[in-house]
Write a protein that binds this ligand. Structure first.
Ligand code: SF4
Ligand code: FES
Length: 362
């Protein structure tokens, strides 16, 4: 089966990052700086992506501003004709760098926040002064005129402040707010007990988002990634494996999703060894869970299989020990009681957070 082209590519420019969030989505094994693709290798990757049909490019990390050549990388992406979105913590950006990125053709900025005030946000990010810097970056973004998305990662310790998060987004002039509840893969798994939202929080967050979407129609778009442990059915992770998105790791390995390395036994090819289009078309990691042929019961005979594609492969690997299993958050999964037991664990608001270590500065 020949796969239609991906719409979006996530370029993880580096794993280096000044923050040490307890839900860091970088892999447990970080790519060293010396192994990162060079500016010219990234430029070639972007040309290949555009030829393949990719329209949107997310420049991410780690912290992409940790790369001194971010401006040149952005210019290469714009030259390739891609719509460019910078996903940043803001740390490492100055007004001069943002103006240079504007001149390089950057289209959009997505700024992450760890909380709505300096004390709580800096405690999560593990970086004193981080919140203050982000607020300055948001001011420059507005002055320059970049469209802004505020990306708020939510969990038990900040979900009760969702309304203030919406106010913060409005105050900063964001056009879009992404409320993304922590996915407990990789490093975040160590903080599941400390950060898992309660059922009451999950319900209240959904109700608040529904109400705010109505109130703020035309002013602020709110994307909501709910805590999927509380859902009846899983999300179509990545819109279905190998169907719409492609990830490029800092060293050029091509991944079907950002957490794919947590799945044991998958073989990832590198853009250094094989063209992107060929990897997308028939690379073993992409073929592993594309479509529905790989599924097991109850997915095989389920009417939702073409909608959610059995949920998240990384979650199935983590919780079921089998990446081809039905995502255990699905109410039809025989392992759903295991997820219910995790939700039922008494919340421990005093549990110490395990921050990302070593800092992603390798
Ligand atoms: Fe989706 Fe599989 Fe659950 Fe059906 S059984 S809802 S296809 S995860
Ligand atoms: Fe990898 Fe969901 S995060 S498939």
């Amino acid at each position: 089966m020949s796969a239609p082209p991906p719409v979006a590519m996530l370029a993880e420019l580096t794993h280096r990052c000044p923050l040490s969030c307890p839900y860091c989505s970088n892999p447990l094994e970080l790519t060293a700086r010396a192994a990162e693709l060079s500016t010219e290798e990234w430029a070639d990757a972007f040309r290949q992506a555009a030829d393949l049909g990719v329209l949107q490019l997310h420049l991410s990390g780690g912290e992409p501003a940790s790369r001194g050549d971010l401006e040149a990388i952005t210019a290469a992406a714009a030259e390739a004709g891609l719509y460019t979105n910078l996903i940043t913590s803001g740390v490492g950006l100055t007004e001069a760098r943002l103006r240079a990125l504007d001149a390089a053709g950057l289209d959009h900025v997505q700024l992450s926040v760890q909380g709505v005030d300096a004390v709580s946000a800096d405690a999560i990010g593990g970086y004193r002064g981080g919140f203050e810097r982000k607020m300055r970056v948001a001011g420059w973004v507005a002055e320059i005129g970049f469209p802004l998305t505020l990306n708020a990662v939510m969990h038990r310790r900040n979900l009760d402040r969702l309304e203030e998060t919406v106010e913060l987004a409005l105050g900063l002039g964001a056009r879009r707010l992404e409320v993304a509840c922590v996915q407990f893969h990789g490093w975040a798994a160590a903080n599941r007990a400390a950060l898992m939202p309660t059922l009451a929080q999950a319900r209240a967050a959904k109700a608040l988002v529904d109400a705010k979407r109505k109130d703020l129609l035309g002013r602020l778009v709110i994307d909501f990634v709910p805590p999927d442990y509380h859902a009846e059915f899983p999300k179509a992770c990545m819109g279905g494996w190998g169907s719409t998105g492609i990830n490029l790791a800092p060293d050029g390995r091509v991944l079907p999703c950002h957490a794919a390395e947590t799945i044991p036994g998958l073989r990832f090819e590198s853009i250094r060894d094989r063209p992107l289009a060929a990897i997308w078309a028939d690379g073993p990691a992409f073929e592993a869970f594309r479509g529905t042929d790989w599924m097991q019961e109850p997915c095989t005979s389920c009417e939702r299989r073409g909608r959610d594609f059995g949920g998240c492969r990384c979650q199935a690997a983590a919780l079921a020990g089998d990446p081809a299993a039905t995502d255990p958050v699905c109410s039809k999964s025989p392992l759903r009681p295991k997820v219910d037991a995790m939700i039922a664990e008494a919340p421990d608001d005093d549990a110490p957070l395990v921050h990302r270590t070593p800092p992603a500065s390798a």
